[in-house]
Design a protein around this ligand. Structure first.
Ligand code: NOJ
Length: 481
């Protein structure tokens, strides 16, 4: 694999003087294979999320989520689909884990559906807990470390009806669920991610409204929702530390690369500054520092207080301390980015030419350098080991005449992005990479129309077919072990 071994040449230089001239002869002696920065401790994993794969709509005591309700809205989901069955992983989890085993991953990142754990009467649903125990045991029995995301967007509908993120009790409701779950699973799951992509929860769910719960809130309300979400994170961290020995904890935001087109130092600094800025009073909930600064640095950025001085939520010193709980990793979901240059001294986004490689979704241009610059920017600001909690591409995959799924674009994507991540790992501390996703699944408002999986799912029969990229990722993992 080209990114697994860096070739190092060694040369023999011989000098001789002939007729008063110095002649230099260079002989290539040998090609040494240098071991990759992705050594055996590097975590290669795969990720999924409950609502996207589980199905089992109201089975075993599960209550409806905001996404169950959102799917009922006309035109909310592009193909009119819902998540009642999805990949049926609730019943097929053993098959899925055996595929993960064959793939050779060290860790499986899945999420816990809050709606399976606590019902509208605040009662604990032990059948839901049992399901996740079985899932975690199945992972462990197959040599795979489970990594659980506690909130991957499945807020119970009854919580939403009580005000959801706008209710100051949100963090306590979330804490109750986290306490129950982590107490019951403390022997089985040690690695936790509190919240997945707060940006998408807030920006798409509460600003644009094309994700559940479908709201378009004012900035004042958005700031409150963000603060309550961050408090929920902080409380969850404290609870996990109390309930689980030897836990590791993080939060998984997402970001888009602000990629310099060349090595100019000034350009690098301007890109980094722009990456962490709040930009304007529309885009700010979709960016990184409004969430990660309070989590890692203990306060919102200065810009936040300047921009919103008239509409700030009540932020106490205790809140900020709570949000700033020590955590272990800086997780990050990374898919795409944009190239920037300095034009007339101004940082300028460059347009993508027609035909530029991209996934079959409008925001996913192939910008592999995002996996070089984002980890560097994050590490330089937050000084925590980085784990890429999601990276992947959706392509127009189908079963070919030979019964196989040939997905060269995904293979190319994985190589290009890992190549950049490896480059970054020479400079900053990078501990892992999760491919999104194990299976084709429910891509939220896009329904089942976008296939991100290493495994093709026929949504009529639910049959799983390994794509070519499955075998390629398997090969990559094997070569590092
Ligand atoms: C991020 C989200 O966490 C995941 O749920 C989604 O399917 C992928 N990105 C692809 O859009």
């Amino acid at each position: 694999m080209y990114f697994l071994f860096r070739k190092r040449l060694s040369f023999l230089f011989t000098f001789n003087i002939k007729n008063g001239k110095i002649r230099v002869q260079v002989t290539v002696l040998k090609l040494i294979e240098v071991e990759s920065m992705f050594n055996k401790d590097f975590i290669f994993g795969c990720a999924t999320a409950a609502s996207q794969i589980e199905g089992a709509y109201l089975d075993d005591g599960k209550v409806p989520s905001i996404w169950d309700k959102f799917c009922e809205k006309e035109n909310a989901i592009i193909d009119g689909s819902d998540i009642k069955i999805a990949c049926n992983s609730y019943y097929k989890y053993k098959e899925d884990i055996s595929l993960l085993k064959e793939l050779g991953v060290k860790s499986y990142r899945f999420s816990i559906n809050w709606c399976r754990i606590i019902n509208e009467n605040n009662e604990i649903n032990y059948k839901g807990i049992e399901y996740y125990k079985n899932l975690a045991k199945e992972c462990l029995n197959n040599g795979i470390t489970p990594c659980a995301t506690l909130y991957h967007w499945d807020m119970p509908q009854y919580i939403f009806e009580k005000g959801g993120l706008l209710n100051d009790d949100f963090s306590d409701w979330f804490s109750f669920y986290v306490d129950v779950f982590t107490k019951n699973l403390s022997d089985l799951i040690k690695d936790y991610i509190t919240i997945n992509e707060p940006q998408v929860i807030i920006f798409l769910g509460h600003r644009i409204g094309n994700h559940a719960p479908g709201l378009s809130l004012s900035n004042k309300e958005i700031l409150l929702a963000i603060h309550n979400l961050l408090k929920a994170h902080g409380k969850a961290v404290k609870i996990i530390r109390k309930n689980v020995n030897n836990s590791t904890i993080g939060i998984a935001p997402c970001s888009r690369g602000v990629v310099p087109v060349n090595n100019n130092n000034e350009l690098y600094n301007k890109c980094k500054e722009y990456y962490f800025s709040l930009r304007n009073d529309y885009e700010f909930p979709n960016l990184i520092s409004i969430y990660s600064d309070p989590v890692f640095l203990g306060d919102y950025p200065n810009e936040y207080y300047e921009m919103f001085k008239d509409i700030l939520p009540n932020i106490t010193k205790e809140d900020l301390e709570l949000i700033n709980q020590p955590i272990d990793y800086c997780y990050q979901n990374v898919y795409s980015g944009d190239y920037y240059d300095l034009i007339d001294d101004k940082l300028t986004k460059l347009p993508f030419p027609y035909g530029y490689p991209e996934g079959n979704i409008n925001w996913l241009q192939v910008v592999p350098e995002s996996l070089y610059y984002i980890p560097k920017f994050l590490y330089e600001r937050y000084h925590h080991p980085i784990i890429i909690s999601e990276n992947g591409i959706c392509c127009h995959d189908s079963i070919s005449l030979d019964g196989k799924v040939h997905d060269p674009n995904r293979i190319d994507f994985i190589h290009r992005y890992l190549n950049e991540l490896e480059k970054a790992s020479n400079e900053v501390d990078i501990r892992g990479y999760y491919y999104w996703s194990l299976l084709d699944n429910f891509e939220w408002a896009e329904g089942y129309s976008k296939r991100f999986g290493l495994i093709y799912v026929d949504f009529k029969t639910l049959k799983r077919t390994k794509k070519d990229s499955f075998y390629e990722y398997q090969k990559i993992i094997k070569e590092v072990k």
